[in-house]
Design a protein around this ligand. Sequence first.
Ligand SMILES: [Zn+2]
Length: 207
Amino acid sequence: MYIYGLFIPFMAKRRRMEVRVTDNRYAGEISRFNLAVRMIGHEARTGTIRACTGFSEDRIRKIYATYFKQTGTSTVRRRRGKSPTQIAPFLSSALHQSEATILACLFLYCGLVHLENSQGDMKGLRLDPVGLGERMCDAFETYRSVHPKPGLCFEKAWGLYNALVREKELFFARCDDCGGPYIQDRYALDYRHCPFCDIKQTVQQLS
Ligand SMILES: [Zn+2]
């Protein structure tokens, strides 16, 4: 930097650093904002969006009002309260269990979780809140795009993640028939028979 014709290298360096810090803060703010929009679009609860973005409830309400209410995207609802955590809906039928299994596999592929041991226990990867939210969106969006009739909502996806890595109520069991993994209740009697083989068997019996 030149002051009265004199070049001051320290000040030039300091200015470059300030610009870099400002750029980083701006990029971080954009990431949080994009994530909030993405999560509102998936009808995530305000508490979940707050946990990932750090935005206040008022800020989230304003984003929703600006980008969803006024643009006519009235099908998107804003949900409040805590996320559901019960595991019963994931295991109530072979169809639901197969959906939960597909989503849990996508948690693996999207870098949210990894297998902790050969017993099928899952562990969450160390991610910052924004990274966790972004990868959850990646997994959920992929699930919605590949499944012909997706029945799990975004909050159910969070519930599944928590049941796998926090409460550890669910784990990946192995099917004796096809060798494939499937989501199972840790405390339930396991017949080592996956929901995909169940569905295949039912279809064969009906035809
Ligand atoms: Zn099987």
